[in-house]
Design a protein around this ligand. Structure first.
Ligand SMILES: Cc1cc2nc3c(=O)[nH]c(=O)nc-3n(C[C@H](O)[C@H](O)[C@H](O)COP(=O)(O)OP(=O)(O)OC[C@H]3O[C@@H](n4cnc5c(N)ncnc54)[C@H](O)[C@@H]3O)c2cc1C
Length: 517
């Protein structure tokens, strides 16, 4: 392929999925012969994975990743990762009627975690052991899964991945119920893993919390110099290999002719041609607006129908809080992975019900939030991050665009609400120490990423929206891929490699869902 105006591959969107897609291509081609072009609408790459400076404080969007050293090795990049010390997680379970707080502390390491739970809840010890062992085996089965299995491989999957197959249509709640655990605190602990995916336990597919729990208990990390290191390092390597990057450039169309992808069209009308396109933007925008459902329908009615039924994940609110040097976060036990403050029980289900109606369900008697302290892990100036899901986009964007004052007022009202809770239950006198407060709303996420629903975790992992029922990465348009069904930094890095594996007939991962070095 030597046409000078034509790329081998165009990648739409320079977030982590796009960066990984583009770099993997560059690692596996002579880019002089088969050029690769990465197109990003913003002035910098990284998408949702970024760091930003406010008045001398460096804040991150993301907070935690599992051990991804094998993938970083494959991509040939080095990032200094710091492991979270102390507890893996602490849950502050608030009784909304009495204001009493019960603290559940969970250590890192699968075996230590299991031992502690069994000691704390002896009545349920055998059930806890069975649940954790079964879940571990199910998690390890992921390494035997093929992404696009052949007939023979499907038969093999039935043998090699029996637990995944048996539970693929189950929600986490249904899966958990099989083990007969009766202690409410234990259920509370495991439900938090479900809520990491921003879905209630009774709606999320079982394998997602099971993988989050196992991978993060094995070790939780964050980059020492901020999450922006990911885009910085991948971008550098990509360009060093001869890959081309165009920033501040918006794709408006994916060009298709006779069921085959031909390239993309930019906002200014320019057309760029290529053999392959990998789109890493909101899959609804990509399929409905950039390609067009009618065009997809002509080639594959089933895929077009699937696009119409895809459910996206929720949006979020985030408070990044810079603190003075007087505060002793260490003494408050903040040197741990994740702190959850919750009214427990059916809190998350009710919050989710409100979210589905476009409402905010948080009240003084019902709340749920995550609090992380990056600075004790990285050694930066004292700061904490408060993460709130589920939040619907609802009218946040409209308000931001049409009534700035009202938008600011609402943002402050909810920031105050969540700061009050953190001050009351986790960090006494927090307000006294605040130097900088930066609040992101669903409008921030929608504007920045281009997700029309402000979704922070892409397609939501309901059983009928995930695994074999997901919107497939290989689209029916020949040469067009959309590796957008796994959320999180790890999943996105992997997805970029998977799309290239499909293009290169299994050269990179041998068709496996997980990369094996
Ligand atoms: C607040 C928050 C906290 C999170 N915390 C964690 C965490 O702790 N751990 C974890 O593993 N994951 C976390 N995640 C999830 C993780 O950040 C995402 O799963 C991941 O970043 C998605 O990457 P992506 O490249 O698929 O998409 P995106 O990051 O959305 O990237 C898409 C890119 O495409 C660009 N784009 C959009 N439209 C166009 C267009 N028309 N033309 C050109 N470019 C376009 C966008 O500007 C963007 O850069 C968090 C996400 C958020 C929002």
């Amino acid at each position: 392929m030597n046409d000078t105006n034509k790329s081998g591959l165009i990648v739409v969107g320079g977030g982590i999925t796009g960066l990984s897609s583009a770099l993997t291509w560059a690692l596996n081609h002579d880019v002089k012969e088969d050029p690769v072009l990465l197109i990003e609408k913003e002035p910098k790459t990284g998408g949702y994975v970024t760091s930003y400076e406010r008045e001398g404080f460096l804040f991150d969007t993301c907070q935690m990743i599992p051990n991804i050293s094998d993938i970083l090795d494959y991509l040939g990049i080095e990032i200094e990762l710091k492991k979270f010390k102390g507890y893996y997680m602490r849950i502050f379970l608030v009784n909304p009627e009495t204001d009493e707080v019960k603290v559940l502390e969970l250590p890192s390491g699968v075996e230590t975690f299991k031992k502690q739970l069994m000691e704390l809840y002896p009545n349920n010890a055998p059930q806890i052991e069975k649940f954790l062992d079964h879940s571990r085996e199910m998690y390890l089965e992921l390494f035997n899964l093929k992404l696009e299995p052949t007939g023979k491989e499907i038969l093999k999957t039935l043998k090699m991945c029996p637990k995944i197959v048996a539970n693929s249509s189950k929600t986490f709640k249904k899966y958990f119920e099989k083990f007969g655990i009766t202690e409410p605190d234990v259920e509370e602990i495991f439900n938090v893993f479900a809520e990491f995916s921003a879905l209630p336990a009774e709606q999320v597919t079982a394998i997602v919390p099971v993988s989050a729990m196992n991978s993060l208990l094995d070790g939780a990390f964050r980059p020492k110099d901020g999450f922006i290191e990911f885009s910085k390092k991948i971008e550098e390597k990509f360009q060093a290999l001869g890959g081309e990057l165009r920033l501040k450039t918006e794709v408006v169309k994916i060009l298709v002719e006779n069921g085959e992808v031909k390239g993309v069209q930019l906002k200014d009308g320019e057309k760029i041609f290529s053999d392959y396109v990998i789109t890493t933007v909101d899959p609804m925008v990509a399929m409905k607006s950039m390609v067009g459902l009618d065009i997809i329908r002509e080639v594959d009615k089933k895929y077009a129908k699937k696009v119409e039924s895809v459910k996206m994940s929720t949006s979020s609110m985030n408070l990044s809080i810079g603190l003075d040097d007087e505060i002793d976060l260490d003494a408050l036990g903040m040197d741990c992975g994740y702190n959850v403050i919750t009214t427990g029980g059916d809190t998350f289900d009710r919050l989710f019900e409100a979210y589905e109606k476009g409402e905010i369900g948080f009240t003084d008697k019902r709340f749920h939030m995550g609090v992380v302290c990056p600075s004790l892990t990285t050694g930066s100036k004292p700061n904490i991050t408060v993460r709130i899901t589920p939040m619907a986009l609802a009218d946040w964007l409209e308000l931001r665009e049409n009534d700035r004052e009202k938008y600011k007022e609402r943002k402050q009202k909810w920031a105050d609400f969540f700061i009050d809770k953190v001050e009351k239950y986790l960090i006494p006198d927090l307000r006294k120490h605040i130097k900088v407060l930066d609040v992101s709303t669903p409008a921030t996420y929608a504007r920045y990423s281009g997700y029309i629903s402000g979704s922070v975790y892409d397609m939501a992992p309901y059983p009928d929206n995930f695994g074999r029922s997901r919107l497939k990465m290989r689209t029916p348009i020949k040469g067009l891929f959309q590796p957008k069904f796994v959320h999180g930094v790890f999943g996105c890095l992997l997805a970029g490699m998977q799309a290239n594996d499909m293009i290169l007939d299994r050269k990179i991962m041998n068709g496996n869902a997980r990369y094996k070095a």
